[in-house]
Design a protein around this ligand. Structure first.
Ligand code: PMP
Length: 404
């Protein structure tokens, strides 16, 4: 007799299912497909030589690689946490090394924060759209979502106020070049969000995964920095998640979470329970690499990705039929398209793969309430400019056919 596994799974996993989109996207690994689906950095611009040198250094050190291959403390490699304290300080947030935890990518920090803060039925405030991976991280802890509409300056304040009045456990936000819609929260809106959340006693989880990838305009203070400025330089209301995946490489799996000590201490216990610590050798290598080339490498990435963003925006302008609108991100990896009412992003993807050899991600997945049917996300970061132009041309041709 075969075991009926479905009956044994805990109730909280019922919402975790492979999506139809994932099935469609399995089809895009063919060279003729121009994919805007990924949302990943370009591997051709990874700092591979610096990483190789850092690994060699570890193995050639006087003490041998023993320490680097050993278990380490759950909090994270101390020199890397010290480096992050300096980095955050430059951004206006004073944290001590025990107010930052190194995680296996910032994705793990989102999971831990869900585990720490969400009980079944608790309310969690998110924007619509929001980062799909955050929904995937939070949902197993069985929250109910209250979703806040966005305009070009970020979350709509009337919606935020209404959400806060319902006392959610926290607000989750990606203030810079949001995945998926590329929106950046304006300076005034940032102040207002910290104000309103402080008054309501609701913490903010700030996901700064893309904050370094700005291609125009001034860098804006993080919500953590605004919060800290009101609190003698130290964080009080805002928990800040950061990642080296977009600035360095994703595969080392190094991210961090910083915030009030009480929160970090609990998260350290979760880290212990989950995987003891992030890879020792990867933290050592990453620390070596960021100490050496962080600023210069990020500067180079900004030039590369800016050209791609510009190419995509110019091609959209040139080829898209009337009725299609899109965001103009100041940084990050994403342009968000709104299709004419009545069109469906998922249906369009199926046709785009089959008829046009183009791929993207339908927008509905990024809405906790599954609205946003007529939206799609395009990523420009991992596609060369010539291919971007051709891909947008093909997509526009398809849209002309579909709308006819
Ligand atoms: N937050 C956002 C907004 C992201 O887009 C991503 C990666 N797609 C992550 C967090 C997780 O990144 P990582 O775990 O690689 O740090």
């Amino acid at each position: 007799m075969t075991l009926e596994w479905e009956k044994l799974f805990a109730g909280r996993v019922s919402g975790m299912s492979a999506s139809e989109i994932r099935e469609l996207l399995k089809l895009i690994d063919r060279p003729e497909i121009i994919s805007f689906a990924g949302g990943i950095p370009d591997a051709d611009h990874f700092p591979s030589a610096a990483i190789a040198r850092a690994y060699e250094k570890v193995f050639q050190s006087n003490t041998g690689a023993g320490g680097a291959l050993q278990y380490t403390i759950s909090e994270g490699y101390t020199p890397l946490r010290d480096w992050l304290c300096g980095y955050m300080d430059r951004k206006g947030v004073k944290i001590a090394p025990d107010e930052v935890l190194i995680t296996s990518g910032s994705q793990q920090a989102l999971d831990f924060l869900g585990k720490l803060l969400i009980g079944p039925g608790d309310l969690v405030a998110v924007t619509k759209p929001t980062y799909l991976g955050a929904l995937q991280a939070f949902s197993p802890y069985e929250p109910t979502y209250v979703s806040i509409a966005m305009d070009e300056e970020g979350p709509v304040l009337a919606d935020l106020e209404a959400a806060l009045a319902r006392k959610p456990k926290f607000l989750y936000l990606v203030p810079d070049f949001q995945n998926p819609n590329g929106t950046t929260v304006s300076p005034a809106r940032r102040e207002a969000i910290v104000d309103l959340c402080t008054k309501a006693g609701v913490p903010v989880i700030e996901d700064a995964a893309y904050a370094e990838l700005r291609y125009e305009g001034d860098f804006l203070p993080s919500l953590a920095a605004i919060d800290a400025a009101r609190n003698g330089g130290v964080p009080s209301q805002v928990i800040h998640c950061g990642s080296f995946s977009k600035t360095m490489v994703p595969a080392l799996r190094v991210g961090w979470v910083s915030g009030p000590k009480d929160v970090i201490q609990r998260l350290v216990l979760m880290k212990q329970a989950a995987d003891l610590h992030t890879s020792t050798i990867n933290q050592i290598v990453l620390h070596d690499v960021v100490s050496e080339i962080f600023d210069s490498h990020v500067k180079r990435l900004r030039t590369v990705y800016k050209e791609r963003r510009d190419t995509m925006l110019a091609a959209l302008e040139e080829f898209m039929p009337a009725g299609v609108t899109w965001t103009k991100p100041q940084g990050g990896m994403f342009v968000w398209i709104e299709l004419p009412e009545g069109l469906c992003g998922t249906e369009l993807l199926a046709r785009a793969i089959k008829e046009s050899n183009v791929a993207f991600v339908p927008g509905a997945a990024f809405f906790p309430d599954r609205s946003g049917r007529n939206t799609i996300r395009l990523s420009f970061s991992a596609t060369k400019p010539e291919r971007i132009r051709e891909g947008i041309r093909r997509l526009a041709d398809l849209l002309v056919r579909v709308s006819a």
